[in-house]
Design a protein around this ligand. Structure first.
Ligand code: TYD
Length: 216
């Protein structure tokens, strides 16, 4: 039915907001599939093993494999995700909310020095969401929030990557018309309210208008 994606740098609050939005839809009688990338499948596990470092919540470090291989792994994980979960759920009339999607590959793997057009081509199979919410956060705040998750000696490297990734996301927001930017510095409640009003305005009201004009 609706496919909604949450994006943003590490620490922006995507998973908290994804859960709140899923509850909001549930309360209104929608069937919701709450999902994420990297996924929890064998592909996602391989990514965690080869690409991510840190504790439960991995931060990308890239010491172990080539950047191209990294991009291909994320794309393989996504291909399975689209085919096995996202498409069938949408076809079954469910609302799908994903914490990260192909924009993460564009923002992060582009920040690693790969070619943006190659990354866009590689991810062309990924169906476009109806709405993508970019939770935008200054890097200083992100680093405060993820400090506990990352290795101290990697701090500067990670901060530099986050800076590039944030910039990339803002550039991508201009290129992909489904992306809307929300200020992630606000309180959890305020951000949720902003997201809900976007959903109402961009999806529910438009959907209603579409069915009215269809009936005509
Ligand atoms: P994250 O959302 O932090 O997952 P979790 O909290 O479950 O560990 O994602 C892990 C990292 O992977 C994050 O730093 C962003 C990065 N990433 C990419 O570089 N490319 C991608 O395509 C995706 C989906 C994630």
């Amino acid at each position: 039915m609706f496919f909604i994606v949450l994006e943003g740098i590490d620490g922006a609050g995507k998973s908290t907001q994804a859960k709140l939005l899923a509850k909001w839809f549930n309360k209104r009688g929608y069937e919701v599939v709450l999902t994420k990338e990297p996924t929890d499948t064998a592909f996602g596990k391989l990514i965690r093993k080869l690409v991510l470092t840190g504790g439960k919540e991995g931060i990308i470090d890239g010491a172990r494999i080539s950047h191209e291989a990294e991009a291909l792994l994320f794309a393989a994980d996504r291909a399975e995700h689209v085919k096995k979960l996202i498409k069938p759920s949408l076809e079954a009339g469910k609302v799908v909310i994903s914490d990260r999607y192909f924009y993460s590959s564009l923002a992060y793997q582009w920040a690693r020095g790969l070619d943006l057009d190659w990354l866009i081509d590689l991810n062309r199979f990924a169906i476009r969401p109806h709405l993508t919410i970019l939770l935008d956060l200054p890097v200083k705040e992100s680093m405060k929030r993820i400090n506990g998750r990352s290795i101290k000696t990697e701090f500067d490297k990670i901060a530099e990557l986050q800076r590039k990734v944030r910039e990339n996301y803002l550039t991508l927001a201009k290129r992909f018309e489904e992306v809307r930017i929300i200020n992630a510095l606000a309180s959890v409640e305020d951000i949720h309210r902003d997201i809900v009003s976007l959903v109402e305005h961009e999806l529910l009201n438009k959907g209603a208008m579409m069915s009215v004009s269809h009936a005509d």
